[in-house]
Structure formats: structure tokens, C-alpha cells
Design a protein around this ligand. Structure first.
Ligand code: 13P
Ligand code: SF4
Length: 346
């Protein structure tokens, strides 16, 4: 069914009102013509969603036309895993990266979970296999195995409990074991060691060697200069950053917590040490705040597009449909359910 001119006009207005303040990504500008260009596609995707009974979950790093055009829920990994768990939808489209869609499939096996682009990996999730983790477990048999949610399903299946950037400190502090094998993020493990020491929690953290290719790029040396150039600046960092960067920040937290921090503070400038998509969300939702700094893109997140979402909804190619070995899925589910038991309430 083709949308009428009137429907396209109304949709263009809706998109333009939301997207006009987004200018964080060089080369992309959300003027009226750009919104008019995507309106027929967002209308078609929203119609397909209704016909299929589908929900679209979108991580805050994907392009703003996905977040504000077609997403039913937008947020960080923890929030989206909760939404996937609650979803009663026969079809879930995950606009994010593959480990997030796998997590939705682990929690919702009866749903058809589709990804817009099968190539949307993650340097952290791709840094460790289940077999490599079994090797590490053999070296540390007395350790509790804690995996960051940015990990493959087979790694979750080998782990005792999963954590996200928003609950890692609280969950690890609650575990009875003193020794923790934390995978796959080396920098988050270092930040965790510092955080637990600050809280007076005695743990020995052993980790594997993965890093996020986006957050690993932020360096602490330019931050002091930024504070001089922009008096009153608040620096807000993700815990996948280097500990020296985290130490120089005013706040460190998950992307959801970073947004809450900006919402709840008043500063003349903010520097967001994370993927650029989060700045786009803040420009829409906190339009009076000013953000400095360049734009770092996650190449995996940016593989998502409206065209691929339409394809995944209308007639998914086999590689767009997430499938998991049932034994792996069941074991991975235990590790995720343990996270929901141990995570502090909001
Ligand atoms: P959040 O769970 O904080 O959104 O982090 C996900 C991620 O991939 C960060 O790079
Ligand atoms: Fe993975 Fe980093 Fe991209 Fe997040 S930003 S999905 S951790 S590569």
C-alpha cells in the first residue's frame, strides 16, 4: 500500500520536528528535504511492523532516523535486554549489533529475531570464543566467570553471570567468590578493579584482552586542555574507556546512565566520550545543552539502515534471521537470568 501525499507530509513534519537539531555527524544534516526523503520508508516500515506484530529495538548508537523513525524502544544494552525479555511479539527487529540480537533470541526463543545486517559484529564480542573461554576457565578453576553482555552467545553459555556497563560493579560486588574471571573487556576490567577498591570490596579480577575499537581511541592527555578551553565543561565517559580517561571524567557510566547524568545536570558544555549516536539522541532530547568534541562512529552500529530494516521485516534473508544451538541458548539464558536476579532495581 502506497502512502498518500498527506500521510507523507504529516510524517515529514514529525521527523523534522525531532531530527532538526541533530548535527553531530559530519556530512549529515537533517533538513526538511532529508526528512521528506525518508518519510515514505518510515511509513512503510511502521505499516509492516503493524502487519507482522513486530517490535523494533534500537540501541542509542544507531542512526537517528532509525531511533526516531521506527524504533519502539531505544536505549542501552540492559534496557533493551529487559524489553526483549518482556516482548510478547512474534517478530523482534534488533537495530544494534549481533550480540544484542542474540541476547534477544536467548531470552525470547519463540520469537523470530532479525538483524538488519549480519556483519554488525563488535570488537569486544568478536575477541573471545567459547573454546577460548573454556581454556581460561581451566587456568582459573576457582574463579566466578563473569561476562560482559558484549559477548557471543557461546561465551555467555560458559559464564556464571552476565553484566552490563550499568550493573557490573554492583553484581561483581555481590558474588561470593573472591576471584573473578571477567571477559572480554580488559579496560572495563581495569575500571572495575579501581571501582571495587574505592568501595572497599576485596576481589581479584583476571581478564581477557578485548577492547572496544571506539572507546579505546579516547586519550586522557587532551582532556585537561578541553577543560581550559571550555570553562565549566562536564566530561562524561563510558566504562569501556581507558582508566586514565575514566579518572579524568566527571561521570562514568553506561550510555543510559550517561544520558541521565546530562539530563540531571546543568553545565555550559558537555564532552561525551562515547559513540556519536548518543550525542545525536541528546541533541534531540536535550536541545538546549551544548556538546563539544568530534564524532566517533562505531562501524558495526552504522551498518544498520532503514532499507535493511524494511528488508528484514518484509522478507528476511536467511542470514538476517538469528538462530542459536538450543543447548547453548539454554545455558546462556541461565547466565542472563542470574544477571536479572542480581542487578539492582532502577
Ligand atoms: P551500553 O550498554 O552502555 O549502551 O553499551 C553498549 C556498547 O556497546 C557500548 O559500546
Ligand atoms: Fe562493540 Fe564498541 Fe561498537 Fe559498542 S561501540 S558495539 S563495544 S565495537
Amino acid at each position: 500500500m502506497i502512502a498518500t501525499d498527506h500521510e507523507i507530509e504529516v510524517e515529514t513534519e514529525r521527523l523534522f520536528r525531532l531530527l532538526m537539531s541533530v548535527d553531530c555527524e559530519p556530512g549529515r544534516q537533517w533538513n526538511y528535504a532529508a526528512c521528506r526523503g525518508i518519510a515514505p520508508l518510515t511509513l512503510e516500515i511502521n505499516r509492516l511492523k503493524r502487519e507482522r506484530g513486530a517490535v523494533v529495538l534500537a540501541h542509542s548508537y544507531v542512526e537517528p532516523e532509525i531511533i526516531y523513525g521506527v524504533a519502539d524502544f531505544k536505549g542501552d544494552s540492559y534496557f533493551l535486554s529487559l524489553k526483549a525479555r518482556e516482548a510478547r511479539a512474534p517478530v523482534i527487529v534488533f537495530a544494534g549489533v549481533v550480540f544484542m540480537a542474540e541476547t534477544a533470541k536467548i531470552l525470547c526463543p519463540e520469537a523470530t529475531v532479525v538483524v538488519p545486517d549480519r556483519g554488525s559484529g563488535c570488537s569486544l564480542a568478536d575477541s573471545l570464543t567459547g573454546a577460548q573461554l573454556r581454556g581460561l576457565k581451566a587456568l582459573h578453576p576457582d574463579a566466578a566467570v563473569v561476562c560482559y553482555i558484549n559477548s557471543a552467545a557461546e561465551v555467555k553459555a560458559e559464564s556464571d553471570v552476565c553484566v552490563t556497563s550499568g550493573n557490573v560493579g554492583d553484581i561483581v560486588a555481590r558474588l561470593p567468590q573472591r576471584r573473578i574471571l571477567f571477559v572480554p573487556d580488559r579496560l572495563m576490567a581495569e575500571n572495575l578493579r579501581i571501582e571495587l577498591k574505592r568501595r572497599g570490596v576485596a576481589k581479584e579480577i583476571v581478564s581477557s584482552d578485548g577492547t572496544c575499537i571506539v572507546h579505546d581511541e579516547f586519550k586522557a592527555d587532551s582532556l585537561a586542555e578541553a577543560r581550559i578551553r571550555f570553562p565549566g565543561l562536564k566530561i562524561v565517559a563510558h566504562p569501556e574507556c581507558d582508566p586514565a580517561v575514566a579518572a579524568a571524567a566527571d561521570f562514568v557510566g553506561s550510555t543510559g546512565a550517561m544520558m541521565k547524568y546530562v539530563r540531571s545536570t546543568r553545565a555550559p558544555y558537555y564532552l561525551m566520550l562515547t559513540e556519536c549516536g548518543l550525542v545525536g539522541r541528546l541533541q534531540v532530547e536535550e536541545p538546549e545543552k551544548r556538546f563539544i568534541g568530534g564524532c566517533r562512529l562505531c562501524p558495526y552500529m552504522k551498518l544498520n539502515s532503514l532499507e535493511k530494516i524494511r528488508e528484514a521485516l518484509a522478507a528476511p534473508r536467511p542470514e538476517q534471521v538469528v538462530t542459536l544451538d538450543e543447548a547453548v541458548r539454554r545455558r546462556a539464558r541461565r547466565c542472563l537470568e542470574r544477571m536479572f536476579e542480581l542487578a539492582p532495581g532502577d
